[in-house]
Ligand binder design. Structure first.
Ligand code: ZN
Length: 251
């Protein structure tokens, strides 16, 4: 397709030469992509207020004759998220979520869900929250689940027993499966992550509730570490990403 118009969330903008920019975008039908805005840093008429991260913009795209490069012709700002920009804590959280989205390299298949999720998170961050710092972890978990990995957290994946009916569950990251002690073979015991019922319930809760409800989730400090480790190991295994002091790296 040589030309199309689509909504896109701006993840990152880089300058090259004096007036030109490249723009990393998340779109609902094409995932994460990069497009060039030639003259974009000078043209107030074609991109009024558009070329900044966090902006939701209706862009008109076109590609060169061989379809190798995408160019942006013009844009209309739809939502600038002023509340996020005006709150330092929320802005930090939002930037973290943008970086993760960029690092995941969201493919067209999973794009719509991730796009919807990220916009809802930004909408949530438009107002001050008691503890916004919890959100990036929850967002990462949900993006992972939306890419097609939806573990059953509330029962044993071997015998089907419900979580209430056994103690000492283990979570197996590779299979995305919880197993009870009778279903875990002794040789694989070491590889299973020790998780409490509370952490598994929190994981299930986050998988099934929309971002607007996330501020209601209180993960008890005792299970916070388990919850976080389960999410991060799941991400590392299934999405090939690890959070490493301020940026995501491929593992
Ligand atoms: Zn079992």
């Amino acid at each position: 397709m040589r030309e199309f118009t689509e909504k896109a969330l701006v993840l990152r903008v880089g300058r090259f030469r004096e007036a030109d920019a490249w723009v990393r975008l998340l779109t609902p039908s094409r995932g994460v992509l990069t497009a060039f805005a030639f003259g974009g840093m000078k043209s107030r008429r074609r991109f009024p207020g558009c070329l900044d991260p966090l902006n939701l913009v209706l862009f008109h795209f076109n590609s060169d004759r061989r379809g190798r490069y995408l160019n942006l012709d013009e844009g209309t700002l739809l939502e600038g998220h002023p509340g996020v920009r005006g709150n330092r804590r929320n802005l930090g959280v939002a930037v973290n979520c943008l970086k993760f989205t960029e690092a995941v390299q969201v493919a067209p298949e999973g794009a719509e869900q991730t796009y919807d999720l990220l916009l809802r998170v930004l909408h949530l961050l438009e107002i001050p929250l008691a503890s916004p710092e919890e959100i990036p972890l929850l967002f990462r978990a949900r993006v992972g689940f939306s890419q097609g990995y939806q573990p059953h957290f509330l029962g044993c994946g071997g015998c089907g027993r419900s979580l209430e009916d056994f103690d000492n569950p283990r979570f197996f990251v590779e299979k995305g499966q919880v197993l009870c002690p009778s279903c875990v073979g002794p040789e694989s015991l070491r590889r299973g992550l020790v998780v409490s019922h509370g952490a598994l319930r929190a994981l299930d809760w986050i998988m099934t509730h929309p971002p607007e409800e996330w501020p209601r989730l209180t993960v008890p400090p005792a299970v916070r570490g388990e919850f976080s480790e389960a999410v991060e190991r799941f991400m590392a295994y299934h999405l090939g990403l690890e959070w490493d002091g301020g940026s995501f790296r491929n593992v």
